[in-house]
Ligand binder design. Sequence first.
Ligand code: 2AM
Ligand code: CA
Length: 266
Amino acid sequence: MATLQSANITVMVKAARKAAGKLKRDYGEVEQLQVSTKGPADFVTVADIRTEEMLRDSLAHARPEYGFLMEESGTIAGNDPNRRWIIDPIDGTTNFIHGIPYFAISIALEENNQITAGVIYEPINDQMFWAEKGNGAWLNDRRMRVSGRSQMEQSIFATGIPFLNRGDHKQFLQQIESVMAVSAGIRRFGSAALDLAYVAAGRFDGFWETGLQPWDIAAGIIMVREAGGMVSEINGRDGMLKTGSVLAANPNLYKELGQTILNTVK
Ligand code: 2AM
Ligand code: CA
């Protein structure tokens, strides 16, 4: 069953596809750069900034009044104070640098402080995840639904490891120990945006991470909700974009996953 995309989703999908063309070529070059002594880091920074500029150009052209919140260039106020795009040009940058194809462009639309639409595009596999308030969550032209699993021991959970000793590694190790003990497995792939899209698609049964930025998760949050899943901070509150704490799962497992993680917090 296909649905008609709204005008805003069409704008977001088009912007993501256009920026992804160049990004895919950049990714091909990164794979070559792995062998150079300087490494690909500077090159990737340029690719990141250029992708963001392309997204910004497309979106500003289509919706000149809207503002922006972007990973690389920060906040730009729009003439319309109630609408802005929240953009991550490459979520999973470390994967991109290492030639691992698990990264995505993430675009969310925030209206009156609520996320109303999200697009997460995985360029290498050409997977366009999108969702809109009241209009469901979709992978390309197929409706997405969170998984129906209800047994922890049959379920797979994604997470993210606090990077570079920022964040509490000890607490995180306790969390994965607890989840490991009762689940079919844990995955750590390195893109919060894609992890959330995969929860929406029913591939992962849940996901949790802390220390995230609004652009990592804004699009993914609406995607999971529109796919029938539940999302909050790990403590159950609703301030994910402010605190960077996220717990997402299908409704059968949300509470148990949250309790399993929380019970480990001393
Ligand atoms: P990024 O690839 O856009 O940086 C994975 O755990 C998540 O954390 C990703 O969404 C990743 O987004 C983010 N991340 C990884 N390293 C980071 C850093 N040094 N600062 C902020 N966010 C980071
Ligand atoms: Ca990111």
